[in-house]
Ligand binder design. Sequence first.
Ligand code: F6P
Length: 359
Amino acid sequence: MRIAISTGGGDAPGLNAVIRAAVLSAIDRGWDVLGIKRGFAGLLGEDEVIPLTRDSVRGIAHMGGTILRTTNRGNPFQYPVEQADGSFVEIDRSDELMDSARRYGIDAVITIGGDGSLLIAQRLHEKGMKIVGVPKTIDNDVSGTITTFGFDTAVTTALEAIDKLHTTAESHSRVIVLEVMGRHAGFIALHSGLAGTADVILIPEIPYDLDRVCEKVMARDRAGRHFSIVVVAEGAYPKGGEVSTLGESLPGQAKRVGGIADSIAREIHECTGKETRSLVLGHLQRGGMPTGYDRLLATRFGGAAVRAVADEAWGHMVALQSPHIVYVPIEEALREPKRVDPVHDTVLTARSTGISFGD
Ligand code: F6P
């Protein structure tokens, strides 16, 4: 038996722990393991396919990033190819990929990725590839699993930032707006904001009204709390308005979302007269060592993915449905993306402890 592992999409702390657990579990069964570099680029001749041995995964469980590298511009069904005039066209290279996998003698593939990579996995499965998925996203926006590794690390990073911002915001009587990741889902903002006792949390699932945000800031001011912390998910948008995007993205890449913190800080200054500052936490949330929780979940996912291959659970992804790791059809997980439920207890508790969602 020869399996291959690939990591696709944005990285997330814990990827290396998944790779390590999968490689060791496969070797334990006497299987051969290959690593496809940079998403599926290795199989398309654009990067390498390397053997993964005990030595290749030694000492990597605590490391952020991925030893296999990754890309969010490598969809084999819509592969961006540069033309002589510098423009790009997207071509379907999936047949080439299937042939290449056969030539390498790959019997099954474990693909670790978010909704984009899981959709690619589903389509490859429909083409006959024996493939299982491992869900990965710091945004926690994949359905079918209670959580994904990387999310806890991102929340912890955001929480540290909120704690630090509190002291400086209070010293200067300022409103500080912190933008965290979450292009479609507000889980990082909600969890870090509630745990960090932010004053306002703005998420894509609850469009905001800036007047409500200003009311909250002024009500605190009147009560002698002259500073406020606003945590905003990058994909949050005002009622009747649009998500803020950042310039051009590269060929084959999704639109870049962001920049909302700066405009909210300006608007809060205009309506309250208070001094404001903003910052974007950005890719700090994707970097660094995975937390203990993420390392453990990633390791469990890696081991379970190899069991899924042994069980021939093709087209399924491993998922956490506490206390168990289960297999979920990828198609089912992709049917409805996971979003914050506006009446979830986390939101209710945030509201009842005085946090405004700007609605
Ligand atoms: O991993 C998902 C995500 O973190 C989104 O929240 C964010 O919009 C995106 O990645 C940023 O990706 P990139 O690395 O392309 O800037």
